[in-house]
Design a protein. Structure first.
Length: 391
């Protein structure tokens, strides 16, 4: 245990607000059930931080494994409905374990089960955000998990898909300073360390590009739904929102405490975006985008440098089926995403007016919602990424 915790000294923390994501492989210790010793150690560290004034939300996997063990099932049965049953059974077991462990430190816990549908609309996003912020104000540690107990029809559109992406969304929701994704691997390596003993850890990633994603695809996950590639995808979402991300081995001694104090362990993904106001974070979350616009170089310059609105004349192409008031992703002709925006015209209308001058819109459509396809007040631009640098 950390010496500062033993002595009761105030720790100097490098961050104030944390999201700690605990993966299945970590929580089970490679077994077919929750590892009480591992969980107790992690809870002890989180409790220590909270007692020092830190604000913490935990995104926890492990419900399906807990459900499988509770039902005495040893055979792997595949399929979404069966996983929903296991999650339903295991979620109560998981929460009971957390409640008992945090109770030893006189810390109350709460449960939040989320789906994309819960926060895809603006009101749902703000409700979830306000609830999580209020829980932290009350000193309650909220345990977040995905709500797997939904119908098969809903699950395709409503699921985050894994708790890595969910943890990034939660970090986005609460303006976290850092997202710790703790697993049973030391971070991102230049090859799979479980297959290659000479694999080297990449300590810092400043830009998540195609080469980084390829490295993620080469590392698999034994029990969890994700893997390194989903962690990288989650890191992209979080860093674009101004959140620092670290992937590290949760079995390291006092890992949470040491990371909170600024020690460099695992792979750190530096934030590429600044702290955006809530509305823009919601737009860039990707939860509710309905389509895509590709714009020319002139429009790209107008948006990024001159902070202007997007006009029909600068639009090269449109994809997807969306209506007026929906959110679309905006890309340049090189295939790089610039940002997102709320459109004033439907996909069908934009297909007609793309490339046209604003003065021609009324004659082309027999209606006119204004010269801007996306007004600058309804734009959320991604910050320009810095070059990669390892240290």
């Amino acid at each position: 245990m950390d010496s500062n915790k033993k002595s009761g000294k105030i720790m100097k923390l490098s961050y104030h607000r944390f999201v700690v994501k605990l993966g299945t492989n970590l929580l089970t210790g490679g077994s077919n059930q929750l590892d009480q010793k591992v969980m107790s150690n992690l809870v002890s560290q989180i409790a220590g931080l909270q007692k020092q004034g830190a604000e913490i939300v935990v995104v926890s996997s492990g419900a399906i494994t807990a459900g499988r063990y509770k039902l005495g099932l040893t055979k792997t049965i595949r399929g979404i409905p069966f996983k929903q049953v296991l999650a339903s059974v295991g979620q109560s077991r998981l929460m009971h374990t957390y409640e008992e462990m945090f109770g030893k430190y006189s810390i109350n816990v709460a449960q939040a089960l989320l789906t994309k549908a819960d926060i895809a609309d603006r009101a749902g996003y703000l409700n979830a955000r306000n609830t999580l912020l209020a829980l932290m104000d009350l000193g309650v540690v909220c345990i977040v998990n995905e709500n797997d107990v939904v119908s098969i029809d809903e699950i395709k559109e409503s699921k985050f898909g894994d708790n890595d992406n969910l943890s990034a969304m939660v970090a986005n929701l609460i303006d976290a300073d850092i997202l710790m994704m703790l697993t049973d691997i030391g971070g991102l390596y230049n090859s799979d360390p479980k297959r290659n003993p000479n694999a080297k850890l990449i300590p810092v990633v400043n830009k998540i590009d195609a080469s980084i994603k390829r490295l993620g695809k080469s590392t698999k996950n034994a029990k969890g739904t994700g893997g390194m590639i989903t962690k990288i995808e989650a890191a992209k979402l979080a860093t674009d929102s101004g959140v620092r991300v670290v992937i590290a081995d949760g079995r390291e001694r006092d890992i949470i405490i040491r990371l909170a104090k600024g020690e460099h362990i695992g792979t750190h993904f530096t934030s590429t975006g600044n702290r955006m106001e809530s509305r823009r974070r919601w737009m860039l979350s990707g939860l509710c985008t309905k389509g895509k616009l590709t714009i020319d170089s002139g429009a790209t310059l107008a948006l990024k440098k001159h902070k202007r609105s997007l006009l029909a004349a600068g639009i090269k192409d449109t994809e997807g089926r969306f209506g007026r008031g929906d959110i679309v992703e905006i890309y340049d002709t090189e295939g790089t995403q610039i940002g997102c925006g709320i459109v004033n015209y439907s996909a069908a209308d934009i297909a007609i007016i793309k490339g046209a001058q604003s003065s021609k819109i009324k004659s082309l459509l027999n209606t006119d919602y204004g010269p801007e396809v996306v007004h600058r007040n309804n734009l959320a631009l991604l910050k320009r990424e810095a070059p990669i640098a390892n240290r």
